[in-house]
Design a protein around this ligand. Structure first.
Ligand code: FES
Length: 108
């Protein structure tokens, strides 16, 4: 499997303290834009059970899962409390001009 820098979203479509779900190559992913302007791209499926994190609540750099209130740091991917036992995958990302790009796995 290779990783490819992939265009994700324009910053005009993603305000500060907003998040958006998207799909790439069969994966459910999420892009977050924090209050300080940093962006992060992560898996969007909770590592505990099946829930989409973008259906939860973003506060600072923490996302709270809508199903059992587990929390992750969306910058490091670290699980912050029970029932989370496995960290979230975070993908390298950067802003070029006003567009977010992420280095995402691609292909089989
Ligand atoms: S599914 Fe996310 S905390 Fe349980």
């Amino acid at each position: 499997m290779t990783a490819v820098w992939t265009e994700i979203i324009s910053l005009t479509e993603l305000g500060l303290e907003e998040m958006k779900p998207f799909q790439h190559d069969g994966r459910r992913l999420a892009v977050f834009r924090l209050a300080d302007g940093r962006v992060s791209v992560t898996d969007n499926v909770c590592t505990h059970e099946f829930a989409l994190l973008t259906d939860g609540w973003l506060e600072g750099c923490e996302i709270e899962c809508p199903l059992h209130a587990g929390r992750f740091d969306v910058v490091s991917g670290k699980g912050l409390c029970a029932p989370i036992k496995k960290d979230l995958t975070v993908y390298p990302c950067e802003i070029r001009e006003d567009t977010v790009y992420a280095l995402l796995p691609s292909g089989a």
